[in-house]
Ligand binder design. Structure first.
Ligand SMILES: Cc1cc2nc3c(=O)[nH]c(=O)nc-3n(C[C@H](O)[C@H](O)[C@H](O)COP(=O)(O)O)c2cc1C
Length: 318
């Protein structure tokens, strides 16, 4: 789809065409409908909704959020309304708002992921499934798949068998070699990978000597993690042929472009949305301005165009 300026911002994620590369990150945009007064959801490339289990969950007790330098620490514990209420109460409105809906699914067992995928494949208005195998602040399921190459392979291939929807495993950065997890996902048939989820972290109140979060540990997000996330996207892009969806601390069009140049076909924006719910128009305007200034006809032409040649030579000779 071309914008008024003639720039093609559309990108391809498996069989899914997004009108632009900008996706609201799961857990930072509710179920999308809550933001409809601030943002025209149909102008976004996609909306990744809050992680859903089969059943409703209360999540962790407070404190669940702590501010940190250039970041945010959360241990919400995947509070959510469950898949059936989502389909009844949120999906019809999302359809009406013409949102491209990516449903983030979480399971305590492999069977739960499969069951969720089956149910959502029959629901009208779901564009893709993002497999949350990377939430660092719950004990059961999820991350145990995401921290094991076999677990990642098994959950992706099991879900692929039961759904025609594009399947996007969301990778954890809390591993030594994230690219090997992207490779395991690709071998299992994933249509794309998204990364990063939050970094396992903690903060302590030194007066009371108590952890600031009720869950003791939580997930770090926001600008503090961006350079690490960019590096991980770069590594994954070199390791796989499927599209990489990048995120971690994006707060401006420049940040978004950094991920795209490193190798992200699309990006997600999470924490910045809490700071500025009107950020979306600014990001789109900034990217449009950049591609126009650089005479780039299609945003997809920019993906992975980082030029490391002279840097590699410098590094070898020094
Ligand atoms: C409050 C909060 C809740 C989140 N909930 C989810 C979730 O339900 N599922 C998921 O896959 N990621 C979840 N995430 C992770 C984000 O989607 C994103 O991967 C991460 O925050 C890094 O991006 P950012 O720095 O732009 O926020 C959550 C993050 C935050 C801050």
């Amino acid at each position: 789809m071309k914008t008024l300026s003639g720039t093609d911002l559309s990108v391809q994620i498996g069989a899914l065409r997004l009108k632009n590369p900008l996706i609201a990150a799961s857990g930072c945009f509710g179920y999308g409908v809550e933001y409809a007064e601030a943002v025209d959801l149909s102008t976004l490339g996609g909306v990744a909704v809050k992680g859903l289990f089969l059943k409703e969950r209360e999540g962790h007790p407070p404190e669940r959020i702590v501010e940190t330098p250039s970041g945010m620490l959360n241990a919400i514990g995947l509070q959510g309304i469950g898949v059936h209420r989502f389909i009844r109460e949120k999906l019809p409105e999302l359809r009406q708002l013409r949102a491209t809906v990516i449903v983030n699914i979480c399971g305590s067992t492999l069977d739960e992921y499969v069951e969720l995928a089956r149910i959502l494949s029959d629901a009208e208005g779901v564009a893709a499934l993002e497999l949350n195998i990377s939430c660092p602040n719950i004990k059961e399921g999820g991350i145990t798949f995401g921290c094991s190459l076999h677990g990642t392979f098994d959950v992706v291939s099991a879900v692929k068998k039961v759904t025609p929807l594009p399947v996007i495993p969301k990778l954890t950065p809390n591993v030594t070699d994230v690219a090997s997890f992207a490779r395991a996902s690709e071998e299992a048939g994933a249509d794309a990978v998204s990364l990063v989820n939050t970094f396992l972290a903690m903060a302590i109140d030194v007066e009371t000597r108590r952890p600031k979060l009720s869950n003791i540990v939580g997930g770090l997000s926001g600008p503090a993690i961006r350079p690490i996330a960019v590096r991980m996207v770069y590594e994954c892009r070199r390791a796989v042929k499927i599209p990489v969806i990048g995120m971690g601390g994006i707060a401006s069009a420049r940040d978004m472009l950094e991920f795209i140049i490193a190798g992200a076909t699309a990006v997600q924006v999470g924490t910045a949305n809490f700071v500025d719910p009107f950020i979306w128009g600014k990001l789109l305007a900034g990217v449009t301005d950049y591609v126009r200034r650089h005479n780039i006809a299609r945003i997809s032409d920019l993906v992975g165009t980082i030029d490391t040649t002279s840097r590699e030579k410098q590094w070898i000779s020094s």
